[in-house]
Design a binder for this molecule. Structure first.
Ligand SMILES: [Fe+2]
Length: 182
């Protein structure tokens, strides 16, 4: 049994406020991809889906005075993974998330990209962190267009509810097989 599910996270006003900036469609799609990849690789499905849902929660307003977004300039000065990791951790703890899970998820957000680092993370990521990078890249479009795809809040909740059920089913199966091993 999980303390917090994806729908709980999505419905929180902090999530809604910040995900509006980076795109609800991208967040939900990344969570779905992360779940699939995590199943494939034997990575913790709950942590993967949560980290992917929140991976861009640290994005800030990137519009200039003319209401346009200079994508190249944004990329050069962006630290969204740092802001996102902190924001997600605070949110998860407030929602009652397990502390170990909150840290795993937060660090996966911090290290889902090396765009702000002076070195590459290639070969240095944990399996969970790799899943988030792959899920993010899978939905990425040139010039950040994936941030602008639209998704209604009700549709997002519906998709996340489905994903929650899939995660619960996998975790329940794991609990049963662990009992057998024990
Ligand atoms: Fe992203």
């Amino acid at each position: 049994m999980r303390n917090v599910n994806l729908v709980d996270i999505f419905k929180h006003h902090i999530t809604r406020k910040y995900l509006r900036r980076s795109g609800v469609h991208h967040a939900v799609t990344a969570a779905q991809y992360a779940f699939e990849i995590a199943v494939d690789k034997g990575v913790h499905v709950d942590h993967a889906a949560k980290a992917a849902l929140l991976h861009d929660i640290g994005h800030y307003e990137w519009y200039n005075n003319e209401g346009e977004w200079d994508y190249d300039e944004y990329r050069q000065n962006d630290i969204h993974a740092i802001k996102g990791a902190e924001r997600a951790h605070k949110l998860l703890i407030r929602l009652g998330e397990d502390r170990v899970a909150a840290k795993e998820i937060s660090v996966a957000i911090l290290l889902h990209t090396d765009s702000y680092l002076p070195f590459s993370l290639e070969g240095m990521q944990t399996p969970l962190q790799e899943v988030i990078t792959q899920a993010d890249n899978k939905d990425e479009q040139p010039k950040g267009l994936h941030h602008y795809k639209q998704m209604e809040v009700s549709a997002a909740i519906q998709e996340l509810h489905k994903l929650d059920q899939q995660i619960d089913a996998i975790l329940a199966k794991e609990t049963v097989s662990n009992k057998f091993i024990g």
